[in-house]
Design a protein around this ligand. Structure first.
Ligand code: FEO
Length: 395
């Protein structure tokens, strides 16, 4: 994309990555992404806010072709999808200085070998005047690295938020057009990147709540000209209260575990619990992560593989543990042929999940009547727990 105007003195300079399908060699990007960079011109100084992934450096440099002088490169965050083109920008503008938090300086020196004398660090709340435009730097640690900060442009009431409020979404429009589409992409982004730092984000939301924000300009995805849309969504996602929702994720090899899952899912639905069922044999893990944002309960279903859980279930357990959702309850169901230590092995994989474990249901071979009764009791127990937490109406 060519540079586009947000205001007379602010241009977007980033790159849309329509074809990227994986981030961090882990996160599926069904809708691509963008690396947004912004050029802000004051009457005296010019600043570039964030750069782009190094795979797109050429686009950024092409966009900078008409920019004779650059005084500052604001680096909100050390991760290379925003910082990776800073060396190329500094090569073009040797007098430019990198503006960042003191913690970011150390990270950028180590990750990108930027010389120490290229930096000007700013403490939380310090400002930088570009001439008629004031950049206020607000440290927002753990959104989602320790050095992260955002910039508030006081005169225009724009919050440049980097990953905060971002979405992995490639689109040709600059601003949000389809709120439903952006909501899903931003929730996926939150689930995979931000959810482990939910409590830190609660504090950072408090820090920006008194700013008058007319526009949020993130470094991924479309800009928000109605910021309340994404701020309301974040308030819901970071809240401590889950929803009346259960994630049921499983693998079945010969059908027994699948039969158990079908019984449990039907029983939960009958009792008024919303269920998200995922077959882990072939799954977009982003969908699982999205469901975990709101869920109160997770049930993992697995056959025994060499006595332990199926490796794909172990992966899901490990991922859920890393993402630290606000789950309150967990259980395990499954089937084995000749021996199993499924429950013990999964239990040690999820120390971060502060959950109450509800009675597992493990059977040998095909589930029988007693197993179906146990599954119905598990559904009773989940529904009752949700009621006790006030997640569903008492009935
Ligand atoms: Fe978009 Fe944490 O980088």
């Amino acid at each position: 994309m060519k540079p586009r105007k947000i205001k007379d003195h602010i241009l977007t300079f980033g790159a849309v990555d329509w074809d990227r399908r994986l981030f961090d060699s882990l996160i599926p990007l069904p809708d691509g992404t963008s690396y947004n960079s912004y050029l802000v011109r004051g009457s005296e100084k010019t600043a570039l806010i964030d750069t782009v992934d190094p795979t797109k450096s050429e686009i950024l440099l092409e966009n900078l072709r008409g920019v004779a002088d650059l005084d500052y490169v604001v680096a909100h965050h050390g991760e290379q999808d925003h910082s990776g083109s800073i060396p190329a920008v500094l090569e073009k503008y040797p007098k430019a200085r990198v503006v960042c938090s003191p913690k970011a300086k150390g990270i950028l020196v180590d990750l990108l070998a930027i010389p120490q004398d290229k930096f000007v660090t700013f403490e939380d709340g310090q400002t930088l005047s570009l001439g008629g435009l004031t950049l206020e730097f607000i440290h927002t640690p753990w959104v989602h690295w320790p050095e992260t900060m955002v910039t508030y442009l006081r005169e225009d009431k724009i919050l440049f938020s980097c990953d905060f409020f971002g979405s992995h979404l490639a689109q040709s429009d600059l601003f949000v057009v389809d709120e439903g589409r952006v909501y899903e992409a931003a929730k996926r982004y939150f689930a995979e990147i931000m959810m482990p730092f939910r409590t830190a984000i609660q504090k950072n939301m408090e820090r920006i709540k008194d700013l008058k924000i007319e526009m949020i300009a993130p470094s991924h995805g479309p800009l928000y000209d109605c910021p309340e849309f994404i701020m309301d969504a974040y308030r819901e996602w970071i809240s401590d209260k889950p929803k009346n929702s259960a994630v049921v994720a499983y693998v079945s090899m010969h059908g027994s575990t699948e039969t158990m899952i079908s019984r449990l899912v039907a029983a939960l639905a009958e009792r008024g619990v919303e269920v998200w069922q995922f077959n882990l044999a072939d799954i977009d893990i982003g969908k699982l992560a999205i469901a975990l944002v709101d869920a109160a309960t997770i049930v993992l279903g697995t056959p025994a593989v060499h006595v332990g859980p199926h490796p794909k279930v172990a992966y899901a357990a490990f991922l859920a543990n890393a993402l630290r959702p606000k789950l309150k309850f967990a259980s395990i169901i499954g089937s084995y042929g000749w021996g199993q230590k499924i429950v013990e092995q999964i239990a040690v994989m999820i120390p971060n999940l502060k959950v109450e474990v509800l009675a597992p249901v493990i059977c040998r071979g095909l589930p029988r009547e007693a197993d179906f009764v146990a599954l119905d009791k598990l559904a009773d127990s989940i529904a009752q727990k949700h009621k006790e937490l006030g997640l569903m109406s008492q009935g």
